[in-house]
Design a protein around this ligand. Structure first.
Ligand code: SF4
Length: 470
């Protein structure tokens, strides 16, 4: 059948059509963390319900964990309470928890893939918007709210509306200094923050095929920032080789059988799409956001837009963004002085991201006025980076080397902007207040661009970056 991966996975997981026309969808894997699960477990307890499939439920702690001192009890009592509640709930319901003592704790969207829990052909749900990350493996993965977390805990199913599928083909070669982050910022800039509402995004084209799994995860991660609840890449050799030998992937002959099935889930060459978009990878340049949503980005060598040059329906949001950011229409983004540099988050805190940032930083010093931190996406990423000596590259340059967690992506721990600080950040959201200060400002960019900005003390073009510093 000429079906897309989305359609195949959806149909395989359909339990029935509900009277209201929605699909009751089986959830193959439920990922939970400490922030969106406590209330869901309380609701379950109030109804006297067990967790329906504890073995399809995996927990980690990421959002609230301190990254400087992770000894228990945490000094932040609310964080300590949230982690204790998760531990209690997992114990009570027989759910596997990757806690701080496991050696494999980390951001939920980093540990699922690296443990081989995330696999092609699955439906995956998690109480976090960036669950789309797992689509890099050819899974149909989406974020859910707390009441849906309850529904999945109780029934392992959800009432869902099917999505249309837009294929976004990226062909051609990326220039040096241009990364997956720049590709997804370009896509969101073109299609808008609401352009993907009602769609799953299928990323295709030879530029995507050449990407590593880490890069594909960066792309899929930010699908939701373009309004698409689901983003995915068809499974191929890169997917299969990434999963081979991972702890929770099938082993031996079972792996080969699984790999054959995973490949069969890819969209057919004659699959029909509801919409198609094409991009030329060679035209993409390093991008930086200048506003208050991820659509508001420009290439690093461009100037900020003027409201009057924008379509009428975009003028007020551009004016609002310029005012909040304290930027003027037409000013270059290059040269914008920064206060904080953050390499971290489920978008860009994998080993390859840290390697790229370290490559830029090596032999330089962080500018005197900049506070710079690297927060690995998981304990495994942290250990692997330390084995390669990346921690020393960062600390010798003046970066702080932290424990794994979400950290300044959303500032639910002590890692926060202060006042009007400007942060060069490898995370995924530049909303007002996202990094902990209501007036703090976020410039999203690739980890290499963050590293270059940290050293220069201002936004620079990583392609031209040679030597800056004290
Ligand atoms: S790093 Fe940010 S986006 Fe990712 S799971 Fe944590 S809070 Fe959510």
């Amino acid at each position: 059948m000429p079906a897309t991966l989305f359609r195949k996975v959806w149909d395989l997981h359909t339990v029935r059509t509900l009277p209201n026309g929605q699909t009751q969808l089986f959830v193959g894997l439920h990922l939970i963390h400490e922030v969106t699960s406590p209330q869901a477990f309380d609701m379950l307890r109030a109804r006297g319900l067990p967790v329906r499939f504890p073995d399809r439920t995996i927990a980690t702690v990421d959002h609230i964990v301190p990254t400087r001192d992770q000894r228990r009890p945490f000094t932040d009592l609310m964080a300590e309470d949230m982690l204790s509640a998760l531990e209690r709930n997992c114990r009570e319901h027989g759910i596997r928890l990757f806690d701080l003592s496991s050696g494999q704790q980390g951001i939920v969207h980093v540990i699922g893939p690296e443990l081989g829990i995330t696999q092609p052909g699955l439906t995956i749900a998690c109480g976090d918007s960036h669950t789309s990350t797992h689509g890099a493996f050819g899974a149909v993965a989406f974020g859910i709210g707390t009441s849906q977390v309850r529904d999945v805990l109780a029934s392992q199913t959800l009432a869902m509306d099917p999505l249309k599928v837009r294929r976004i083909s990226v062909d051609g070669r990326l220039a040096p200094g241009v990364y997956a982050k720049d590709v997804i910022l370009e896509i969101i800039s073109r299609l808008g923050v609401n352009g993907g509402v009602g769609y799953a995004y299928e990323y295709a084209g030879d530029a995507i095929s050449r990407m590593s799994m880490d890069e594909r995860m960066t792309i899929c991660n930010m699908s939701i920032e373009g309004g698409a609840r689901v983003g995915y890449v068809n499974p191929d050799d890169t997917t299969v080789e990434y999963l081979r030998g991972r702890r929770f992937a099938p082993q031996g002959d079972a792996f080969e059988a699984a790999a054959a099935w995973w490949r069969s889930m890819a969209s057919g060459s004659d699959a029909r799409y509801d919409d198609e978009v094409r991009l030329d990878a060679s035209q993409i340049r390093p991008r930086v956001t200048w506003g208050i949503n991820p659509e508001q980005s420009i290439s690093v060598d461009e100037r900020l837009p003027a409201p009057e040059q924008m379509p009428p329906d975009a003028r007020s949001s551009v004016s609002e963004a310029l005012e909040f950011m304290g930027f003027g229409a037409g000013q270059p983004i290059k040269g914008t002085r920064i206060d904080v540099a953050f390499v971290g988050s489920c978008t860009n805190a994998r080993l390859s991201d840290l390697r790229e940032a370290a490559r830029v930083v090596r032999g330089h010093r962080v500018a005197r006025h900049v506070k710079a931190l690297v927060v690995p996406g998981s304990q495994s990423v942290r250990s692997a980076a330390e084995r390669e000596g990346l921690d020393r590259v960062f600390t010798e340059a003046g970066f702080e080397w932290r424990g794994a967690g979400c950290s300044m992506c959303l500032a639910m721990n002590q890692d926060r902007l202060e006042g009007r600080q400007i942060c060069a950040s490898s995370s995924n959201r530049n909303f007002k207040g996202r990094q902990g200060s209501p007036t703090g400002r976020t410039l999203l960019m690739s980890p290499a661009m963050v590293a270059a900005a940290a050293v220069a003390g201002e936004v620079v073009d990583v392609r031209e970056f040679t030597t800056h510093g004290d």
